[in-house]
Design a protein around this ligand. Sequence first.
Ligand SMILES: CCCCC/C=C/C(=O)SCCNC(=O)CCNC(=O)[C@H](O)C(C)(C)COP(=O)(O)OP(=O)(O)OC[C@H]1O[C@@H](n2cnc3c(N)ncnc32)[C@H](O)[C@@H]1OP(=O)(O)O
Length: 281
Amino acid sequence: TLSPYGVHQKHGQISNQRRQFSNTYISVEMDDATGVAVMKMKRPPVNSLNLELLTEFAISLEKLEIDRGCRGVILTSAIPKIFSAGLDITEMCGKNADHYGEFWRALQEMWLKLYGSNMVTIAAINGSSPAGGCLLAVSCDYRIMADNKKYTIGLNETQLGIVAPFWFKDIMTDTIGHRATERSLELGMLYSPTDALKIGLVDEVVAEDKVLSTASAVMAQWFAVPDHARQLTKSMMRKPNLDRLVTHREADIKNFVSFISRDSIQKSLQIYMEMLKKKGS
Ligand SMILES: CCCCC/C=C/C(=O)SCCNC(=O)CCNC(=O)[C@H](O)C(C)(C)COP(=O)(O)OP(=O)(O)OC[C@H]1O[C@@H](n2cnc3c(N)ncnc32)[C@H](O)[C@@H]1OP(=O)(O)O
């Protein structure tokens, strides 16, 4: 079917209790018996967040938000060893201002829906999660990361010669505190799961094969609290950050477009992409 946003969706019924819908880059399995949806990113090789994925992400969340049977979402990756490589750098390189603006608006939209969700959101971080990947995780209510020292998480933007916007910084500060955020963002730090746990960037580190089952167990604990009380509390905690982006949304887009269009920034991103490609070859 074609959603109102023009994104193709396939719907399916796995059993009486499980429903599935799938787009190109997002698949969702909704369990009506538990009220939990598992939402998986599936954009090989590294789940980098391009315009289409961000749009599908926002639409999928919106669908779940209005689904009365859905109380919680587990966000994870269908790709082994990678949660998300963050924003697709090719969306920020060699394109025109209109494209940059559209891309940034889609990122904002996805974030407003995820961070502002009434549902319980749990990130099951089953692989590396730099930059925009970390943003996804930090926007959830709870984070569980796979215990593998090869995986890293953090806001490493400065390492690419770019700067995380105020709303990335705000939620990082709310999660790990001002001093740790200052150091972490200025240095563009990426943390192993153990170190991320030490600074409170993730809430739990568990064996790789236990990430999803732990997320389900944690979900059950959060479901034990009456929804209306939890939702009002979440809204009270998060409203200032949401309002700040809504108020400054157009200025934030303008700022991004003007920053990313600079020759020096384009050069930095190209060098970074070349470095990534060389490392892979
Ligand atoms: C004012 C602007 C602020 C904007 C805020 C920005 C937020 C962001 O999210 S910027 C993106 C930051 N992301 C990163 O720095 C991550 C870069 N990627 C990696 O570190 C690694 O790829 C990895 C740890 C995520 C996975 O490593 P590995 O499994 O070894 O895979 P490869 O490095 O070989 O990558 C495979 C393939 O994917 C391409 N690629 C990786 N990340 C990105 C990306 N973010 N965007 C676009 N493409 C990406 C990589 O170049 C390889 O391509 P090929 O060589 O063509 O196969």
